[in-house]
Design a binder for this molecule. Structure first.
Ligand code: SF4
Length: 220
């Protein structure tokens, strides 16, 4: 029994120090620019199982495809699953050193589960001066959550369409579209065309998307 208790404490200490030693937020995405922190999750594992974009996902290419990057994302998911509240307290702690104007969720991956979304809201309420942006294809999860909860206004949830694959949007959240250039996508004429680099963008457009507004990305 004593051995078991000792072993359990060792595991607990190991887990706590792993959480402490891991930097959950990063500042290194070329498209976003160096001053916008982000947190990524492993793609595919956290994405919706029938995501229409798997084959063309940019997480299969470039830096995102490096084993070290993928392992880091998987590590973060493990840390979240071990202790969701502590995971978000660690992000809260990392954000306490600098007041960022913008934060980007999931250049890779997606909202893990409903508790995760609830904690995203908790984090945004603690950092009211920061605008948090999250593109997601998990529209059922978001819609179910918003049926019973309010989200803070500085958490911008954008439902992502992909070609002719469409989200359901009863809460009139902002949406994103991908223009494949074949004319089948029915992209709203008022959708803002992404110029490609967030740092140089018109006031970091996506972080200020409101209900009913949309942004369009060109697929090359
Ligand atoms: S529209 Fe602007 S803010 Fe949105 S992804 Fe494109 S460059 Fe970034």
């Amino acid at each position: 029994m004593r051995t078991t208790e000792y072993g359990t404490n060792v595991d607990k200490n190991k887990k706590e120090s792993k959480m402490k030693e891991t930097n959950l937020i990063t500042l290194s995405n070329v498209k976003l620019g160096g001053n916008i922190p982000q947190l990524n999750m492993p793609y595919a594992i956290t994405c919706r199982p029938d995501a229409p974009c798997f084959k063309q996902c940019y997480c299969n290419h470039g830096n995102m495809a490096f084993a070290s990057v993928r392992n880091s994302h998987k590590n973060k998911l493990e840390l979240y699953k071990e202790d969701p509240k502590k995971f978000f307290e660690k992000i809260d702690f990392e954000l306490s050193f600098v007041t960022y104007k913008y934060f980007r969720w999931h250049s890779a991956g997606d909202i893990v589960d409903e508790q995760y979304l609830d904690l995203m809201c908790w984090l945004a309420r603690r950092h009211k001066e920061t605008r948090f942006l999250c593109f997601t294809k998990k529209y059922e999860l978001v819609n179910n959550y918003l049926n019973n909860h309010r989200k803070p206004s500085n958490l911008v949830l954008v439902l992502s369409n992909w070609g002719t694959w469409r989200v359901e949007n009863p809460h009139n959240l902002p949406e994103s579209f991908v223009d494949f250039g074949n004319g089948d996508e029915e992209i709203p004429v008022f959708a803002y065309e992404c110029p490609g680099r967030c740092e140089a963008c018109n006031g970091q457009h996506c972080w200020h998307l409101n209900k009913g507004q949309s942004v369009c990305f060109h697929k090359h």
